[in-house]
Design a protein around this ligand. Structure first.
Ligand code: C2E
Ligand code: MG
Ligand code: MG
Length: 372
């Protein structure tokens, strides 16, 4: 590897190994920025040529971040930081390419990089993640039938961080496997403290389907905790079906045969191809909260919700609407025949103790002996 890098540079340039699989090159005396890009292209080509190791052909790739130094006096730390940000962009844009530093990248990517660094550290701390549980209600009986497990990250400096701020980074970096594993195990364990008819819904990312053996991880969590499979509800989004249809369907079918329920989350936001519903027998469709939010002012949203409820009914699939915030939304969904609901109006995501307390027997009024 070092040999191939050296072969690409001129005398006077420097090639250094920073550690692990990271290298740095200082290219001197260049006339314009294009020269760095020409070198970047050459290096990627040279490294991509197959290596012969013990008779096997090995392929590796490289991503490159470029920082152009103008002027005489520079802060070496800043140069490294900027090159690092550019490298991060190259990796995020599909790897095997080079990107130059742009000051605008700094705030966006720098923040993302920081999240990644902190997330990698957090993953080794058993107390860094916690799960909050949001109740799901049967609309007819108004009783809690399950909870959705929603992960949060407790950072010592930033406090409680919502999933919207780290699930994306976790998916890009592969850290989602560990987080997903933790959520599954903990959610199955926690669900044991609720009555037997109450289920727990766990969100599974499309990345988990690609990189880990989802079925094995779910089965292991159920076996270890002793939670009956009928009490777990696995929420997936359409992306799972889009990315590797056959493999995903095989995994989902296996889990369904075991007795787990499979729900299609955020329905209506992506491609919402009705053929997904033909290809896999989902147990439940979650109508996305954006439709519920718009319901009052947008006749289209109302029509879509009505159509989805009707499809569910005719296919024997349960319907659940999320994001219920007003009594009017609740009343309309009940009138339209939606099976279940979830939303701030009925209960926000809460800690396990508060979720469990919902089933505690209400204290009976005490009979007081009244002295006569
Ligand atoms: P989701 O699975 O669609 O979860 C519903 C989100 O809507 C949750 O946000 C919930 O707190 C929020 N929500 C519920 N009711 C209302 C309401 O009435 N109004 C409003 N405005 N929001 C409501 P949260 O907890 O921030 O999670 C966001 C997303 O992060 C989830 O969307 C899910 O896609 C992802 N996520 C959460 N936990 C996990 C996890 O363990 N694994 C994976 N892969 N993704 C997760
Ligand atoms: Mg969900
Ligand atoms: Mg959703």
């Amino acid at each position: 590897m070092t040999g191939r890098l050296r072969a690409q540079v001129r005398t006077g340039d420097t090639v250094a190994r920073l550690g692990g699989d990271e290298f740095a090159i200082i290219q001197r005396q260049i006339n314009d920025a294009d020269e760095t890009q020409v070198l970047g292209k050459r290096i990627i080509q040279a490294i991509s040529e197959p290596y012969s190791l013990s008779g096997h052909k090995i392929h590796i790739g490289a991503s490159i971040g470029i920082e152009l130094i103008k002027g005489m006096y520079v802060d070496p730390d800043e140069v490294m930081r900027n090159a690092d940000v550019a490298l991060y962009k190259a990796k995020a844009e599909g790897r095997g390419c080079f990107r130059s530093f742009d000051p605008e990248l700094h705030s966006v990517l720098g923040k993302r990089r920081l999240t990644e660094t902190n997330l990698r550290r957090a993953i080794t701390d058993p107390n860094a993640f916690e799960i909050h549980y949001q109740p799901q209600f049967d609309i007819k009986t108004n009783s809690v039938t399950g909870f959705e497990a929603l992960v949060r990250w407790r950072d010592p400096v930033r406090g409680l961080i919502p999933p919207s701020e780290f699930i994306g980074v976790a998916e890009e970096t592969g850290l989602i496997d560990k987080i997903g594993h933790f959520v599954l195990e903990r959610a199955c364990e926690d669900a044991l403290s609720w009555p037997d008819h109450v289920s727990v819904a766990v969100n599974l990312s499309a990345v988990q389907f690609k990189t880990s053996r989802v079925a094995e991880v779910v089965v292991a969590a159920l076996d270890r905790t002793g939670l009956p499979p009928r009490r777990i509800d696995l929420e997936i989004t359409e992306t799972v079906m889009l990315e590797d249809d056959k493999r995903a369907i095989c995994t989902l079918s296996h889990l369904k045969r075991l007795g787990a329920r499979i729900s299609l989350d955020d329905f209506g936001t992506g491609f919402s191809s009705l053929s997904f519903l033909r290809r896999f027998p989902f147990d439940r469709i979650k109508i996305d909260q954006s439709f519920v939010r718009d319901m009052a002012d947008n006749a289209g949203s109302m029509a879509i919700i009505r159509a989805v409820i009707s499809i569910c009914r005719s296919m024997g699939i349960d319907s659940i609407a999320e994001g219920i915030e007003t009594p009017e939304q609740l009343a309309w969904l009940a009138k339209e025949g939606c099976d279940s609901v979830q939303g701030y109006l009925l209960g926000r995501p809460m800690k396990l103790a508060d979720a469990t307390a919902l089933f505690a027997p209400r204290p009976r009024p005490m009979l007081r002996a009244v002295a006569g």
